[in-house]
Design a protein around this ligand. Structure first.
Ligand code: URA
Length: 243
């Protein structure tokens, strides 16, 4: 039977919905891994990539351990700690940023510096509170030195961790904050100005692109557009929930 949510997504051009159910996920890495192919047969992404294999089917605990011990790229050399993410692991909302900065590296939590304060205010504007029905993660889990933009290979190396987080959370809506997050999730060149205001999809999950809060701190003029994006996010979630 078609649920209201499936119907809404289908009307938005995002159906059919194929969701992993929590009960179908193996509890630990050593159990038979559930392949993406079995769970999400859409848009030509039927095969599990070789570089995803090490986190395929992992539990949150195993994923967190894997990320904190990760040495797969050079970012591990200067980090204090890897920053997996924060929030409700069954949240409807997933916000994805770029990479931890200095404060995040110190504290082990994403978006706790100036940009994080703005993000918290943005969340408040749509009646969300960090940790409650929201999960916040980054495309890259370790701080790039001097807060440079993560390199393409660093983003690609880290991508399986984000993908596994998404499989575990099963959010109703993903918000990509800024270009690196949007490009990582959409796997294509993105210009924020052109991509915002539209509904995209990561696999079958609706995805909205908006400005990165750090950019908004520097660019006052785009704050009005960010507000429009927040309204769009809220409306979209409302539709997804069938409210
Ligand atoms: N910017 C990001 O993209 N992520 C953080 O965690 C902090 C700043």
């Amino acid at each position: 039977m078609t649920t209201k949510r499936e119907q809404t997504l289908s009307e938005m051009g995002l159906g059919p919905i194929w969701k992993l159910r929590a009960s179908t996920l193996p509890a630990a890495a050593e159990e038979a891994p559930l392949t993406v192919a079995a769970a999400e047969p859409e848009r030509g992404t039927l095969e599990l990539r070789a570089d995803q294999a090490h986190v395929a089917g992992t539990s949150w605990e195993a994923l967190a351990a894997e990320v904190s011990a990760c040495h797969q790229c050079r970012l591990c050399e200067q980090r204090k700690q890897a920053v997996l993410g924060v929030g409700d692991v069954q949240a409807d909302w997933l916000f994805v940023g770029e990479a931890p900065g200095a404060e995040e590296d110190q504290r082990g939590e994403p978006f706790v510096g100036q940009a994080g304060k703005l993000l918290d205010n943005m969340l408040a504007a749509i009646d969300l509170v960090r940790g409650r029905d929201v999960y916040i993660a980054n495309a890259v889990k370790c701080r790039p030195p001097e807060n440079r933009t993560p390199a393409t290979e660093e983003i690609a190396t880290c991508r399986p961790y984000l993908e596994r987080q998404i499989e575990l959370i099963q959010p109703k809506l993903i918000v990509a904050l800024g270009r690196p997050a949007a490009q990582t999730l959409l796997q294509t060149e993105v210009k924020i100005g052109a991509a915002r205001g539209k509904l995209h999809a990561y696999k079958n999950i609706p995805l909205i692109v908006s400005y990165h809060p750090a950019y908004l701190l520097r660019t006052l003029l785009d704050k009005a557009k960010a507000w429009e994006d927040l309204c769009f996010m809220k409306q979209t979630m409302k539709a997804l929930k069938g409210d």
